[in-house]
Ligand binder design. Structure first.
Ligand code: C5P
Length: 211
């Protein structure tokens, strides 16, 4: 049987990760967070002092990277790296590089029952023929509040107004870029995650049962 693919797209801090993790555990689907790959690249570019305004420098660096770790750590979760990830995500060679890693991931794990993959362009570009596409919607202020709490709980210093400003900026960058902008993918279910997660999970489980 062919593995099922569920895509989860949505803006920064919309709860994609929590929802994906839930689905992965409940339905034994393999989870891939594509944002991690953009963040990993951003982290490498920052450490190696690559000029991220110069696409030739970026292309040169990409040629020397074979693969990326899919694991998260505190260093790549910061707002600074998120912002830089969003900056480099506008470039097509960067997107092609990350997409290739995603296709390999699915190919390598094809004995799995299914995949849940989250990001900004998963249902619209990377896995257009997914079995189920979800688009998560949450008001920017609620997202900022949740992200603020998350940072404070993890011991990072944070200012709510700054987080809100950065979230809005990242939304703008992700929605207005030329390649693979953040859109509601064709055929996607819009999931309202402004309220309780329990309600959202119930709604999503109903859709998965029908797959
Ligand atoms: O989801 P996360 O906040 O970790 O993503 C960091 C940045 O990576 C996003 O703001 C976005 O610009 C970029 N990204 C993307 N396409 C994806 C996943 C992430 O452009 N599929």
């Amino acid at each position: 049987m062919k593995s099922k693919i569920i895509t989860i797209d949505g803006p920064a801090a919309s709860g994609k990760e929590k929802i994906s993790k839930y689905i992965s555990k409940k339905w034994k689907f393999k989870h891939l967070d594509s944002g991690i790959l953009y963040r990993r690249l951003a982290y490498i570019f920052k450490n190696d002092e690559i000029n991220t305004d110069n696409i030739s420098d970026i292309k040169k660096k990409l040629k020397n990277i074979n693969t990326l770790s899919f694991r998260k750590n505190k260093n790549i979760r910061s707002e600074e790296i998120g912002k830089l990830a969003s900056k480099i995500a506008i470039y097509n060679p960067v997107r092609d590089f990350v997409n290739k890693l995603q296709y390999n991931f699915v190919k390598k794990n094809n004995k799995k029952q299914g995949f849940v993959i989250d990001g900004r362009d998963i249902g619209s570009v990377v896995f257009k023929n997914a079995d189920l596409k979800l688009f998560i919607e949450v008001n920017a202020k609620i997202r900022a509040k949740r992200r603020y709490k998350q940072l404070i709980d993890s011991g990072e210093k944070s200012i709510y107004r700054k987080i809100l400003k950065e979230i809005k900026l990242r939304d703008k960058k992700d929605k207005l870029r030329k390649y693979s902008p953040l859109i509601v993918p064709k055929g996607a279910y819009i999931i309202d995650n402004n309220g309780s997660l329990k309600k959202v999970i119930k709604e999503i489980n109903k859709l998965i049962v029908e797959l």
